[in-house]
Design a protein around this ligand. Sequence first.
Ligand code: SF4
Length: 613
Amino acid sequence: MSLEELVPQGHFYRHLQKVLDLSFVYDLVRESYAMAGRPSIDPVVFFKLQLVMFFEDIRSERLLMRQVADRLSVRWYLGYDFGEPLPDHSSLTRIRTRYGIDVFRRFFEMIVEQCQQAGLVWGKELYADATKIQANAALSSMKPRFAVEAHLANLFSSELEETVQTADGASLQERAACPLAPPHDNDAVVFCTEELLAVAAQTSSEASECHELPSQLHPDLDEATEADLSISNRERQDWIERLGEPARSVTHGTYRRMADFWVSTTDPDATMMNGKTGGSKLGYHTHYVVDGGKARIILAVLVTPSEVMENQPILDLLWRTRFRWKLWPRQFTGDTTYGTAEIITALEQQHIRPYVPLPDFDQRSAFFGQRDFHYDAQRDIYVCPNGAELHVLPSGGNEQFQQYRAKASICNGCSLKSRCTTSNTGRRISRHVAEEAFERVRAFHQTHAYKKAMNKRKVWVEPLFAEAKDWHGMRRFRLRRLWRVNCEALVVATGQNLKRLLQKRGWERRPFPTEAVAMVPPLNWEPDESPRHEMLKGHRRGVAVASLVACGATRTFFEPQMSRFSLVITISITFSSSIIFILNTPLYHLLPAFAYLSLSRSIFAPSSSSAFS
Ligand code: SF4
């Protein structure tokens, strides 16, 4: 008897094997292998194992290999016969490190490409959102950053200097200044010796790359433009290139991020975020850019530390999406976080309509808001509700805002002053330099297309996050460090796209094997939102029986000594108990409530009849 005979013909993995040819991965990983040496695990097997992990919601390589050993269908899918030894779980970790994030990203893109070829990508509308994902680290692992950095610098300084000297003399510090160096490598703080060695191994090849920046960006560019472009590219913060790592040296005014002072020794890239049920956790933000077509294909994925706001990497993600898939979207839809001047103006320049809500600052004050003033674009003045003019303050404002002010003498004598300002120097108004763009976006808010896009947004990206969290373990990352959680998120997004592709290619049942671990209801990682309610639900029968017993006892106690006073007490107890139980709504709780009501009626009836008699 062979495996071929044992695996049913209509099995999910047979369909997966038939419709998804993974031979393209050989091209993706060619550079990661030497031509000689010991035979390694087939790269196709590695990616098949990643897909099995996704479809079956398995959260560790060790558990995955146990599943493979027990399951004939998975063995068949991987191409291992009965007697063949399976790869060790530790090999999967080593292979992931060898491939790095680039191979995972290209694997994700190859599946998107197949979705596009299958006609699943529409490309006319793009939707973006981000969700919080808990890191695999506890809050108690947070330590002051300066102390951790000092400790590690002291621990590894001599070792680092010796190890990281490269063939052409470039040190780690020189590499840190190089824009092509991977972000997890140019940290002054390297958190494990394994990564130190990895840095040393990669440095010789990458440092030479750093010193050989592309001499020509485009054949048609003249030398001056090319030099300017090279410099601006080098200085630019490319979120995808840096894997979502924020530049710690960049600060805004006096604001300082919490992550600048505290770092987790378990996962140094995770940062603090607020949990839904209160309290703080360590976590990341996962950003998705999703196509507006019916298949809801995920076109771009990026994981950043949770301190990075949703809007920060979105332009890089959008441009990459647009140019990688050659799309000409006519509109972009996001929530209020994406309604910044930078995003709106950038989208307008590319002739993409920004369908984003804008914060309404006028509502936050009881005084006249900016919309109560009329802006005269020709004269560049505001006219107030009383007809006074507000002129530009030459010395006021900054790069982003221009200040306008009315004359103090007019405002101080104005009958509307109590509704306008408390200042004695005249009412001031700030106007954003991109206010015209904001006005155009506000004009969209009245259109049917905008309302439709906002309604669509609610059911476009959020359910994809829910799917990833509830069915594919994304509620909490199982790996640590930014590049690894990016790999994890890319595998999940790849799998989500693959589910749509499988359906398109003929799999009409649920897109996972029937015996998968994912069939088990997902684990709830969030703390219980209503523990009291859950506790009562667990004791429904007990509560019901106890209530009935109490009903009999109460009746026995009150009947012989019935009086007006005890009657009032009984009814008030009965009424309040009924309310408490009814508010908890489960059916069992209504039973004692009805019992109490019948008791009160039986008590009330004889007492009232005796009162009347
Ligand atoms: S207080 Fe000044 S700006 Fe405000 S309504 Fe009166 S005149 Fe106009």
